[in-house]
Design a protein. Structure first.
Length: 279
């Protein structure tokens, strides 16, 4: 069957169309990195809204500025122009209601797994003993119930990344900012963590802004996929993913899923980022 994106509801949403009362509002944001060797325009005139409870992936080639955009949303990098608001409040520093998970797990090898998970509490000067039950619960949820007293150097890459996710979720943030968290993992472990993350999102209803360069991962996890062009990363297209949930790995073989993947590949082909397949 020859399915087109339109025939299964691949909705291409213009970036300028804003949903009502978004949790995240990004308006004409630009970012310039300044150095003695000259300025680098990393982002230019980015406008995007993300509603509360959405899972939105930002998809693009390496170096397009997607990680820079996430850092700007998280208040980790100051923007040069434009405005970013979370919950109606302008972002000038890391927001209190956001959790972060990065590609590198950034665990402290001299601290136990439990101590690593409790780091956000320690940074805020809170009583760690009151948060320890929550940390243990998260470790159990992600299959690490017997690892709390182990050290990061004793864990596999997938286990380390699970610890990082627990740390990001510890204080039950409304917003989860994830920067290619599974990019360095093997394919099997990546699939497992995709399923875990999808399950956590479906259960919690958190807002997730997820950076990836994997088309399949973006389609599998997301409700919307934002496609960024080469640096300075203009938004080329926003695609609504209307696939039923919960999703399984077998869903990736369905005609509907394959059509979304093909459509996104065609976007990159038109942008000159991905070469067309030989006939």
């Amino acid at each position: 069957m020859n399915l087109s994106p339109a025939s299964i509801g691949v909705a291409c949403v213009q970036p300028s169309v804003a949903p009502e009362q978004p949790l995240i509002s990004i308006r004409e944001v630009s970012k310039i990195y300044r150095s003695a060797r000259g300025n680098v325009l990393a982002l230019q005139d980015i406008t995007l809204d993300v509603n509360a409870g959405e899972f939105v992936s930002i998809l693009g080639p390496s170096g397009c500025g997607k990680s820079t955009l996430l850092k700007c949303v998280g208040g980790l990098t100051e923007i040069t122009a434009g405005a970013i608001e979370i919950g109606g409040t302008r972002v000038l520093q890391p927001p209190q209601n956001a959790g972060f998970v990065f590609q590198r797990d950034v665990l402290l090898d001299w601290r136990t797994v439990l101590e690593n998970v409790l780091l956000p509490v320690e940074f805020k000067g809170l009583d760690k003993s009151k948060w320890a039950p929550r940390a243990h619960e998260l470790l159990r949820t992600l299959g690490l119930e017997n690892c709390d007293s182990r050290y990061p150097w004793e864990l596999s890459g997938g286990m380390r990344q699970r610890v990082a996710i627990c740390r990001g979720l510890l204080m039950d943030p409304a917003l989860l900012l994830m920067d290619e968290p599974f990019g360095a993992l093997d394919a099997i472990t990546r699939d497992e963590l995709n399923l875990e993350l999808a399950r956590i999102w479906e259960k919690s209803g958190k807002t997730v802004l997820f950076i990836t360069h994997s088309i399949i991962e973006a389609v599998f996890l997301s409700g919307r996929v934002v496609v960024m062009n080469k640096m300075p990363g203009p938004i080329a297209e926003v695609v609504q993913i209307d696939l039923p949930r919960p999703r399984t790995l077998a869903d990736r073989e369905t005609p509907q899923f394959v059509t979304y993947v093909r459509h996104l590949r065609s976007v990159f082909e038109k942008l000159g980022i991905m070469k067309r397949a030989m006939p």
